[in-house]
Design a protein around this ligand. Structure first.
Ligand SMILES: Cc1cc2nc3c(=O)[nH]c(=O)nc-3n(C[C@H](O)[C@H](O)[C@H](O)COP(=O)(O)OP(=O)(O)OC[C@H]3O[C@@H](n4cnc5c(N)ncnc54)[C@H](O)[C@@H]3O)c2cc1C
Length: 278
């Protein structure tokens, strides 16, 4: 049971959502944007979140867009992970999102909700990082378009009252060879020990990781080392491991040492599978 009451709003436009947030914030209602609502509801039950008003983004048409054009493809922030997977529009994104939770939960969990999650995994951000997505962010001064590399640093760095509207990327990425490998401890619906997502572009393999450190990341420095074909794969991975951006997590699911070993063999498998196609 959620131990407090809150009002529910369902704006029909981007502008209405932003204005509502500003008003509810001024009134001290501690508003929250709501996409799938699964995390807000869960954290509310655990008393880890409090709000007196939620603003559901699912009736804002831009947040529900899913288009694939000749040049660009667009994914609205309020699309569910199941919708993205089933569309087949961007297989790397569909498959990575399709590894999160179970089908029933994925019917609710949204792309925007996953990448703005307070949890450490945010696996759906990996393909967005690999495809150099732009993010459309709505706020008081309108909608701005920002490269994800400038917005996502361990978490989405957006301002108070702002929300994610869409992710837009070059349509060419949808047909590039890719890998998305999630290693769990036991059951098929667990959080990852590690997830390795990779994309073979004409100029090398891009890598992004979740589960290894306490935030998902793509590292230019690690990527440069992993693409040094003059070195054996094992040596590249050893050198890349020395450039991890933070300590490897050790927890009840996996010790840091075990997690790093799983990451090493998974990255090596991915490298060997994609290198001939890169
Ligand atoms: C059974 C289960 C298993 C899970 N397993 C995994 C897993 O393996 N890997 C993984 O990565 N995650 C996993 N999750 C976590 C899940 O992906 C996150 O909790 C995610 O936040 C839920 O998405 P939602 O759309 O329901 O978010 P919501 O509850 O709607 O929102 C979550 C947060 O994001 C904010 N937010 C939502 N939309 C926007 C937006 N458009 N712009 C700005 N802020 C926004 C909200 O204000 C809130 O703070 C699991 C969750 C469940 C229930």
């Amino acid at each position: 049971m959620i131990p407090f009451d809150f009002d529910y709003y369902r704006p029909a436009t981007v502008q209405e959502a932003v204005s509502l947030y500003a008003r509810l914030d001024r009134e001290g209602k501690r508003p929250l944007y709501w996409s799938g609502g699964t995390e807000i509801a869960t954290f509310a039950r655990w008393n880890r979140i409090y709000t007196e008003a939620v603003i559901d983004l699912k009736a804002v048409p831009e947040c529900r867009a899913l288009t694939v054009g000749d040049r660009e493809m667009t994914f609205g922030s309020a699309l569910s992970l199941s919708e993205i997977h089933d569309s087949g529009a961007f297989p790397l994104l569909g498959e990575t999102g399709g590894g999160i939770a179970d089908r029933t939960s994925r019917n609710k969990i949204t792309l925007g909700g996953n990448v703005c999650s307070r949890m450490i995994y945010k696996e759906a951000v990996l393909p967005l990082l690999l495809a150099d997505s732009d993010v459309l962010v709505a706020g008081a001064s309108g909608v701005r378009r920002v490269p994800i590399g400038r917005l996502f640093d361990r978490s989405m760095r957006i301002g108070r009252g702002e929300f994610l509207v869409q992710f837009v990327m070059d349509a060419g990425y949808r047909t590039m060879p890719y890998a998305s490998v999630k290693k769990r401890k036991a059951s098929a619906i667990e959080y990852p020990i590690v997830t390795v997502a990779a994309l073979a572009t004409g100029s090398g393999i891009r890598f992004a990781f979740s589960g290894l450190c306490d935030f998902p990341f793509r590292s230019a420095e690690m990527e440069r080392i992993l693409n040094r074909r003059e070195l054996p794969a094992g040596e590249r991975i050893r050198q890349a491991a020395a450039r991890l951006p933070a300590p490897v997590i050790g927890d009840i699911k996996a010790s840091a040492e075990y997690r790093k070993w799983v990451w090493t063999i998974t990255t090596e498998d991915v490298l060997k599978a994609l290198e001939p196609q890169a």
